[in-house]
Design a protein around this ligand. Structure first.
Ligand code: CP
Length: 308
């Protein structure tokens, strides 16, 4: 039984195998209708609980669809509507759910909630996002890069803006998949040293660069995300916008990346804040492939978790 809690906690060979499986499963579907099952049904007879303590469009729909395509069934649960939201412990919830379902995916606030769920569950647990990391997103992003440009190993990835949970998982991926990473943003929003340290310990170059033009020069991939995350207070909005405006990804900034550079954003986006519509809808952008690849990458993650 394997839980998928974070990229840095998962063996690099397993990560590579999941990405390769995701590519193969996407190709095998060969454009068939979304609701049509896959030829093989590795999740036949399996029940998957999808728990959301925060809003979601992509994670919710792609996990639900992915389970159905692989022959399984889902229960989508809102944390607020469960006893979890009314004082029942995470540990008890984990033990109870393990009697009903074969796999648990949880999107929650505190990393401690995810870890407690995994500790007490007797079925695999998948991290569908916490305040600290978003590993499923980055599996889809690695898959998307490689689908368009081949191996991501040795490439230069530049993150513009807030060193948030998605940025953290990109740093984990830099270490595990072997690419170099540059962060450009204000000092107050730097990624935590532990995330940077992980990639460096794995031998990757991690650069913190305040000048966005210097950072993006020569990039193979430019990535950004919303300036105010789901767990940030609304009161932080104006200050963050002022701090992050110089790091907006626009056509002038993208012009400093390599001519064949890709642009990614995990979505949802605030168009013309962190990235302009000209970039999001422009020739470098692969944002909707990224969103689609959540489905394929997570199907591979679920297969790995269940060993099927
Ligand atoms: N990127 C992402 O996780 O999207 P949702 O919040 O819509 O799931």
């Amino acid at each position: 039984m394997n839980s998928f809690l974070d990229i840095h906690k998962t063996d690099p060979a397993a990560l590579r195998s999941m990405i390769d499986t995701a590519h193969a499963m996407k190709i095998a579907r060969n454009g068939r209708p979304k609701g049509m099952p896959d030829d093989d049904q590795p999740l036949a007879g399996r029940m998957v609980a999808l728990i959301f303590e925060k809003p979601s469009t992509r994670t919710r729909v792609s996990f639900d669809l992915g389970v159905r395509q692989m022959g399984g069934q889902t229960m989508v649960l809102s944390g607020k509507e469960m006893q979890l939201g009314h004082g029942e412990t995470i540990a008890d919830t984990a033990r109870v759910l393990s009697r009903y379902v074969d796999l648990i995916m949880i999107r929650t606030f505190e990393e401690a909630t995810l870890l407690e769920m995994a500790e007490y569950a007797s079925v695999p647990v998948i991290n569908g996002l916490t305040n600290r990391t978003h590993p499923c997103q980055i599996m889809a992003d690695v898959m998307t890069y490689e689908e368009h440009r081949g191996p991501i190993a040795g490439r230069k990835v530049v993150w513009c803006g807030d060193g948030n949970n998605v940025c953290a998982s990109f740093l984990h991926a830099a270490g595990q998949f072997g690419f170099d990473f540059t962060f450009t943003g204000p000092e107050t929003l730097d990624p935590e040293p532990g995330f940077v340290g992980f990639a460096r310990e794995k031998g990757r170059s991690v650069r913190i660069e305040r000048d966005p033009v210097a950072a993006v020069t020569g990039a193979d991939l430019v990535v950004t995300d919303t300036w105010v995350s789901m767990h940030d207070p609304e009161s932080a909005k104006e200050r963050r916008h002022n701090q992050l405006r110089p790091y907006q990804v626009n056509e002038a900034l993208m012009a400093h990346a390599k001519p064949d550079a890709l642009f990614m954003h995990c979505l949802p986006a605030h168009r013309n804040d962190e990235a302009t519509s000209a970039v999001m809808d422009g020739p470098h952008s692969v944002i909707f492939d990224e969103a689609e690849n959540r489905l394929h990458a997570q199907k591979a993650v679920m297969r790995w978790c269940l060993g099927v």
